[in-house]
Design a protein around this ligand. Structure first.
Ligand code: CP
Ligand code: NVA
Length: 303
Protein backbone atom coordinates (compact mmCIF):
# COMPACT_ATOMS: atom_id res chain seq x y z
CA UNK A 1 0.00 0.00 0.00
CA UNK A 2 1.35 3.43 -0.95
CA UNK A 3 1.41 5.88 1.93
CA UNK A 4 -0.50 8.52 -0.06
CA UNK A 5 -3.38 9.19 -2.44
CA UNK A 6 -3.00 10.37 -6.04
CA UNK A 7 -5.50 12.44 -8.00
CA UNK A 8 -5.37 11.11 -11.56
CA UNK A 9 -9.13 10.90 -12.21
CA UNK A 10 -12.26 12.44 -10.73
CA UNK A 11 -13.33 8.98 -9.61
CA UNK A 12 -10.24 8.63 -7.42
CA UNK A 13 -12.46 10.56 -4.97
CA UNK A 14 -15.64 9.43 -3.28
CA UNK A 15 -18.67 11.70 -3.53
CA UNK A 16 -18.19 12.72 0.12
CA UNK A 17 -14.52 13.56 -0.55
CA UNK A 18 -15.47 15.67 -3.59
CA UNK A 19 -17.83 17.63 -1.35
CA UNK A 20 -15.14 17.94 1.32
CA UNK A 21 -12.89 19.48 -1.37
CA UNK A 22 -15.72 21.83 -2.46
CA UNK A 23 -16.15 23.00 1.17
CA UNK A 24 -12.43 23.67 1.52
CA UNK A 25 -12.37 25.48 -1.85
CA UNK A 26 -15.27 27.68 -0.72
CA UNK A 27 -13.40 28.52 2.49
CA UNK A 28 -10.17 29.29 0.64
CA UNK A 29 -12.13 31.53 -1.74
CA UNK A 30 -13.59 33.69 1.02
CA UNK A 31 -10.68 33.65 3.51
CA UNK A 32 -6.92 33.15 3.66
CA UNK A 33 -6.08 29.44 3.23
CA UNK A 34 -4.05 27.62 5.94
CA UNK A 35 -0.25 27.25 5.62
CA UNK A 36 -0.70 23.52 5.00
CA UNK A 37 2.22 23.37 2.52
CA UNK A 38 4.69 25.17 4.82
CA UNK A 39 8.09 23.52 4.43
CA UNK A 40 6.85 21.46 1.46
CA UNK A 41 7.91 21.52 -2.17
CA UNK A 42 5.68 20.79 -5.14
CA UNK A 43 7.10 20.07 -8.58
CA UNK A 44 5.14 21.17 -11.64
CA UNK A 45 6.12 18.98 -14.58
CA UNK A 46 4.47 20.25 -17.76
CA UNK A 47 5.01 18.45 -21.07
CA UNK A 48 2.36 20.59 -22.79
CA UNK A 49 1.56 24.31 -22.79
CA UNK A 50 -0.56 25.85 -20.02
CA UNK A 51 -1.65 29.24 -18.74
CA UNK A 52 -4.45 28.64 -16.21
CA UNK A 53 -3.34 25.32 -14.69
CA UNK A 54 0.33 26.23 -14.33
CA UNK A 55 -0.30 29.69 -12.85
CA UNK A 56 -3.18 28.65 -10.57
CA UNK A 57 -1.11 25.80 -9.14
CA UNK A 58 1.89 28.07 -8.57
CA UNK A 59 -0.20 30.79 -6.91
CA UNK A 60 -2.08 28.16 -4.88
CA UNK A 61 1.15 26.61 -3.62
CA UNK A 62 2.39 30.07 -2.56
CA UNK A 63 -0.92 30.83 -0.78
CA UNK A 64 -0.61 27.53 1.15
CA UNK A 65 2.94 28.47 2.19
CA UNK A 66 4.73 25.95 -0.05
CA UNK A 67 7.54 26.11 -2.58
CA UNK A 68 7.18 25.43 -6.33
CA UNK A 69 9.72 23.90 -8.69
CA UNK A 70 8.86 24.09 -12.37
CA UNK A 71 10.37 21.26 -14.38
CA UNK A 72 10.17 21.22 -18.16
CA UNK A 73 11.32 18.11 -20.01
CA UNK A 74 13.71 20.13 -22.17
CA UNK A 75 15.35 21.68 -19.09
CA UNK A 76 15.94 18.33 -17.41
CA UNK A 77 17.55 14.96 -18.09
CA UNK A 78 14.16 13.72 -19.32
CA UNK A 79 14.95 15.26 -22.72
CA UNK A 80 18.17 13.22 -22.76
CA UNK A 81 16.25 10.03 -22.21
CA UNK A 82 16.19 9.54 -18.44
CA UNK A 83 13.19 7.24 -17.92
CA UNK A 84 10.05 8.56 -16.29
CA UNK A 85 10.18 5.84 -13.64
CA UNK A 86 13.67 7.03 -12.61
CA UNK A 87 12.56 10.67 -12.60
CA UNK A 88 9.58 9.67 -10.40
CA UNK A 89 11.84 8.17 -7.74
CA UNK A 90 14.31 11.06 -7.85
CA UNK A 91 11.54 13.67 -7.44
CA UNK A 92 10.06 11.62 -4.56
CA UNK A 93 13.34 11.98 -2.66
CA UNK A 94 13.22 15.78 -2.71
CA UNK A 95 9.60 16.88 -3.06
CA UNK A 96 6.20 16.36 -1.43
CA UNK A 97 3.89 16.36 -4.46
CA UNK A 98 4.10 16.10 -8.27
CA UNK A 99 1.69 17.97 -10.55
CA UNK A 100 2.03 16.64 -14.10
CA UNK A 101 0.59 17.56 -17.51
CA UNK A 102 1.40 15.13 -20.26
CA UNK A 103 0.22 13.33 -23.41
CA UNK A 104 -0.65 9.63 -22.93
CA UNK A 105 -2.52 8.82 -19.72
CA UNK A 106 -0.14 5.88 -19.28
CA UNK A 107 2.66 8.40 -18.59
CA UNK A 108 0.89 9.76 -15.52
CA UNK A 109 -0.05 6.31 -14.26
CA UNK A 110 3.60 5.31 -14.61
CA UNK A 111 4.68 8.41 -12.71
CA UNK A 112 2.16 7.61 -9.96
CA UNK A 113 3.29 3.98 -9.83
CA UNK A 114 6.92 4.87 -9.20
CA UNK A 115 6.50 8.03 -7.10
CA UNK A 116 6.24 7.80 -3.32
CA UNK A 117 4.44 11.13 -3.12
CA UNK A 118 0.99 12.27 -4.33
CA UNK A 119 0.72 12.80 -8.09
CA UNK A 120 -1.92 15.19 -9.46
CA UNK A 121 -3.16 15.00 -13.04
CA UNK A 122 -2.93 18.49 -14.57
CA UNK A 123 -4.28 17.11 -17.91
CA UNK A 124 -3.56 14.09 -20.05
CA UNK A 125 -4.91 13.16 -23.49
CA UNK A 126 -7.57 11.16 -21.63
CA UNK A 127 -8.61 13.30 -18.65
CA UNK A 128 -8.60 16.77 -17.11
CA UNK A 129 -9.88 16.11 -13.57
CA UNK A 130 -8.73 19.34 -11.84
CA UNK A 131 -10.62 21.40 -14.44
CA UNK A 132 -13.85 19.41 -14.23
CA UNK A 133 -13.79 19.31 -10.42
CA UNK A 134 -13.50 23.13 -10.47
CA UNK A 135 -16.33 23.27 -13.03
CA UNK A 136 -18.62 21.15 -10.84
CA UNK A 137 -17.75 23.40 -7.88
CA UNK A 138 -18.66 26.43 -10.02
CA UNK A 139 -22.01 24.86 -10.92
CA UNK A 140 -22.75 23.94 -7.29
CA UNK A 141 -22.01 27.55 -6.27
CA UNK A 142 -24.68 28.68 -8.73
CA UNK A 143 -27.29 25.91 -8.57
CA UNK A 144 -26.62 23.96 -5.36
CA UNK A 145 -26.12 20.16 -5.39
CA UNK A 146 -25.91 18.72 -8.91
CA UNK A 147 -27.62 15.48 -8.01
CA UNK A 148 -30.56 14.96 -10.41
CA UNK A 149 -29.68 17.96 -12.62
CA UNK A 150 -28.77 17.76 -16.30
CA UNK A 151 -25.52 18.99 -17.89
CA UNK A 152 -24.74 19.04 -21.64
CA UNK A 153 -21.52 18.57 -23.55
CA UNK A 154 -21.32 19.69 -27.19
CA UNK A 155 -18.32 18.78 -29.37
CA UNK A 156 -15.30 16.55 -29.08
CA UNK A 157 -15.37 13.44 -26.89
CA UNK A 158 -11.97 14.50 -25.54
CA UNK A 159 -10.19 14.62 -22.17
CA UNK A 160 -12.71 17.17 -20.83
CA UNK A 161 -15.68 15.07 -21.97
CA UNK A 162 -14.18 11.97 -20.31
CA UNK A 163 -13.77 13.80 -17.00
CA UNK A 164 -17.34 15.15 -17.24
CA UNK A 165 -18.51 11.54 -17.68
CA UNK A 166 -16.61 10.57 -14.52
CA UNK A 167 -18.07 13.55 -12.67
CA UNK A 168 -21.64 12.68 -13.68
CA UNK A 169 -21.24 9.17 -12.33
CA UNK A 170 -19.69 10.45 -9.09
CA UNK A 171 -22.01 13.36 -8.32
CA UNK A 172 -25.23 11.86 -9.71
CA UNK A 173 -26.19 14.29 -12.46
CA UNK A 174 -27.39 13.38 -15.94
CA UNK A 175 -24.91 14.11 -18.73
CA UNK A 176 -25.93 14.38 -22.39
CA UNK A 177 -23.08 14.54 -24.87
CA UNK A 178 -23.49 15.46 -28.54
CA UNK A 179 -20.36 14.42 -30.42
CA UNK A 180 -19.86 13.96 -34.17
CA UNK A 181 -19.51 10.39 -35.36
CA UNK A 182 -15.91 9.24 -34.94
CA UNK A 183 -15.26 11.63 -32.05
CA UNK A 184 -16.99 9.84 -29.19
CA UNK A 185 -15.54 9.78 -25.66
CA UNK A 186 -13.30 6.94 -24.51
CA UNK A 187 -15.52 3.81 -24.46
CA UNK A 188 -13.73 2.44 -21.38
CA UNK A 189 -14.45 5.65 -19.44
CA UNK A 190 -18.07 5.57 -20.62
CA UNK A 191 -18.61 1.89 -19.75
CA UNK A 192 -17.05 2.28 -16.30
CA UNK A 193 -19.23 5.34 -15.58
CA UNK A 194 -22.37 3.50 -16.65
CA UNK A 195 -21.38 0.55 -14.47
CA UNK A 196 -21.17 2.98 -11.53
CA UNK A 197 -24.76 3.96 -12.37
CA UNK A 198 -23.96 7.13 -14.31
CA UNK A 199 -26.83 8.50 -16.44
CA UNK A 200 -24.86 9.30 -19.58
CA UNK A 201 -26.54 9.86 -22.96
CA UNK A 202 -24.37 9.79 -26.05
CA UNK A 203 -26.10 11.67 -28.88
CA UNK A 204 -25.28 13.27 -32.24
CA UNK A 205 -27.65 16.27 -32.12
CA UNK A 206 -26.52 19.29 -30.04
CA UNK A 207 -30.11 20.64 -29.82
CA UNK A 208 -31.24 17.34 -28.27
CA UNK A 209 -28.32 17.29 -25.81
CA UNK A 210 -28.92 20.79 -24.41
CA UNK A 211 -32.68 20.34 -23.75
CA UNK A 212 -33.30 21.03 -20.06
CA UNK A 213 -29.57 21.33 -19.25
CA UNK A 214 -28.44 23.81 -16.59
CA UNK A 215 -25.00 24.04 -18.20
CA UNK A 216 -23.79 23.81 -21.79
CA UNK A 217 -20.12 22.88 -22.05
CA UNK A 218 -17.83 22.82 -25.01
CA UNK A 219 -14.11 22.80 -25.82
CA UNK A 220 -11.77 23.29 -28.77
CA UNK A 221 -12.22 21.05 -31.81
CA UNK A 222 -8.52 20.10 -31.86
CA UNK A 223 -6.79 19.56 -28.53
CA UNK A 224 -3.09 19.90 -27.79
CA UNK A 225 -1.26 17.27 -29.80
CA UNK A 226 -3.98 17.18 -32.52
CA UNK A 227 -2.82 20.29 -34.40
CA UNK A 228 -2.22 18.24 -37.57
CA UNK A 229 -5.89 17.21 -37.61
CA UNK A 230 -7.23 20.77 -37.30
CA UNK A 231 -8.45 21.06 -40.93
CA UNK A 232 -10.24 17.73 -41.00
CA UNK A 233 -11.75 18.42 -37.58
CA UNK A 234 -13.09 21.82 -38.73
CA UNK A 235 -15.25 19.94 -41.25
CA UNK A 236 -16.38 17.24 -38.82
CA UNK A 237 -17.32 19.72 -36.08
CA UNK A 238 -18.97 22.51 -38.11
CA UNK A 239 -22.44 21.77 -36.65
CA UNK A 240 -21.06 21.52 -33.09
CA UNK A 241 -21.01 25.26 -32.55
CA UNK A 242 -22.50 26.84 -29.42
CA UNK A 243 -24.60 29.83 -30.47
CA UNK A 244 -27.23 31.99 -28.77
CA UNK A 245 -29.89 29.91 -30.57
CA UNK A 246 -28.49 26.66 -29.17
CA UNK A 247 -28.33 28.19 -25.65
CA UNK A 248 -32.03 29.12 -25.98
CA UNK A 249 -32.83 25.39 -26.17
CA UNK A 250 -31.28 24.76 -22.72
CA UNK A 251 -32.87 25.53 -19.32
CA UNK A 252 -33.86 29.20 -19.06
CA UNK A 253 -31.24 29.74 -16.31
CA UNK A 254 -28.54 27.72 -18.10
CA UNK A 255 -24.92 28.82 -18.02
CA UNK A 256 -22.29 28.46 -20.71
CA UNK A 257 -18.98 26.82 -19.71
CA UNK A 258 -15.64 26.40 -21.48
CA UNK A 259 -12.34 25.35 -19.89
CA UNK A 260 -10.46 27.83 -22.16
CA UNK A 261 -8.55 28.68 -24.24
CA UNK A 262 -11.50 29.19 -26.63
CA UNK A 263 -11.63 29.65 -30.38
CA UNK A 264 -14.32 32.25 -30.97
CA UNK A 265 -16.23 31.49 -34.18
CA UNK A 266 -15.34 27.78 -34.05
CA UNK A 267 -16.80 25.88 -31.08
CA UNK A 268 -18.50 28.96 -29.58
CA UNK A 269 -19.68 32.36 -30.82
CA UNK A 270 -18.22 35.56 -29.41
CA UNK A 271 -21.76 36.50 -28.36
CA UNK A 272 -22.15 33.44 -26.11
CA UNK A 273 -18.60 33.48 -24.72
CA UNK A 274 -18.87 37.15 -23.74
CA UNK A 275 -22.63 37.05 -23.04
CA UNK A 276 -24.62 37.08 -19.78
CA UNK A 277 -24.91 33.27 -19.55
CA UNK A 278 -21.14 32.73 -19.74
CA UNK A 279 -19.40 31.78 -16.47
CA UNK A 280 -16.02 31.10 -18.06
CA UNK A 281 -14.04 33.67 -16.06
CA UNK A 282 -15.39 32.48 -12.69
CA UNK A 283 -14.82 28.90 -13.82
CA UNK A 284 -11.16 29.74 -14.54
CA UNK A 285 -10.77 31.62 -11.23
CA UNK A 286 -12.15 28.66 -9.28
CA UNK A 287 -9.27 26.50 -10.53
CA UNK A 288 -7.11 28.22 -7.90
CA UNK A 289 -9.32 27.38 -4.91
CA UNK A 290 -10.09 23.83 -6.03
CA UNK A 291 -6.43 23.01 -6.60
CA UNK A 292 -5.50 24.47 -3.21
CA UNK A 293 -8.17 22.22 -1.70
CA UNK A 294 -6.94 19.16 -3.67
CA UNK A 295 -3.33 19.66 -2.52
CA UNK A 296 -4.43 20.26 1.06
CA UNK A 297 -6.62 17.14 0.96
CA UNK A 298 -3.94 14.86 -0.57
CA UNK A 299 -1.09 16.03 1.62
CA UNK A 300 -3.16 15.62 4.77
CA UNK A 301 -3.61 11.96 3.84
CA UNK A 302 0.16 11.37 3.65
CA UNK A 303 1.25 8.69 6.12
N1 CP B 1 -8.16 25.10 -18.95
C1 CP B 1 -6.84 24.86 -18.86
O1 CP B 1 -6.40 23.82 -18.37
O2 CP B 1 -6.07 25.87 -19.33
P1 CP B 1 -4.50 25.84 -19.53
O3 CP B 1 -4.20 24.92 -20.68
O4 CP B 1 -4.16 27.28 -19.83
O5 CP B 1 -3.85 25.35 -18.27
N1 NVA C 1 -9.04 19.59 -24.63
C1 NVA C 1 -8.08 20.65 -24.47
C2 NVA C 1 -8.16 21.22 -23.09
C3 NVA C 1 -7.21 22.36 -22.83
C4 NVA C 1 -7.29 22.88 -21.45
C5 NVA C 1 -6.69 20.11 -24.75
O1 NVA C 1 -6.37 19.01 -24.29
O2 NVA C 1 -5.91 20.79 -25.44
Amino acid sequence: MKPHRDFLSIVDLSKAEAHEIFSKAHLYKISTPPASLAGKSVVLLFEKASTRTRISFEVGIARLGGHTIVLTPEGSQMARGEPLKDTARILSGYCDCIVMRTFGHDRITEMARFADIPVINALTDREHPCQVLADCFTLEEIFGPLNGRKVAWVGDGNNMANSWIDAASLLGFELSLACPEGYDPDPAVLDAARERGGAINLLRDPAEAVKGAIAVNTDVWASMGQEQEAKIRQKAFKDYYVTKELMEGADKDAVFMHCLPAHRGEEVSEEVLEGPQSVVWEQARNRLFIQEAIMDFLLQQKG
